[in-house]
Design a protein around this ligand. Structure first.
Ligand code: FES
Length: 111
């Protein structure tokens, strides 16, 4: 369901389930091997973040309600990638993400 081609990642959007049909809250799924976090804001609105913690490079791997947590030293980020607390000097890097109208897959630019 996750395919990498050069500097681009393709993810099946079914892998990022909606929290509820009404989409009252965004959801986030961590693709740790690909080092990417995908946030689904409504049915077809996605944003992507680098899962690499700006503190010491650990994978930000924990979704706790509406926060993303780094297990190494406890940095926390919101679903927009902004730093909330912990030793990370900055937020998570945002990655360009678009839904392909032909394949229905999410295309994420990694660099
Ligand atoms: S590497 Fe993430 S908090 Fe240190």
């Amino acid at each position: 369901a996750v395919r990498r081609t050069g500097g681009r990642l393709e993810i099946d959007i079914a892998r990022v389930p909606a929290w509820s049909a009404a989409m009252t809250e965004p959801t986030a799924v961590v693709f740790l091997q690909a080092r990417v976090i995908v946030v689904r804001r409504d049915t077809m609105t996605f944003t992507a973040l680098s899962a690499e913690c700006p503190h010491a490079g650990c994978g930000v791997s924990i979704v706790d309600r509406q926060r993303l947590l780094c297990p190494c030293h406890g940095s926390a980020f919101d679903f927009g990638g902004a730093r909330l607390e912990g030793p990370a000097p900055s937020g998570l890097r945002q990655l360009a993400a678009t839904v392909s109208p032909t394949s229905g897959r999410l295309l994420i630019q990694l660099d």
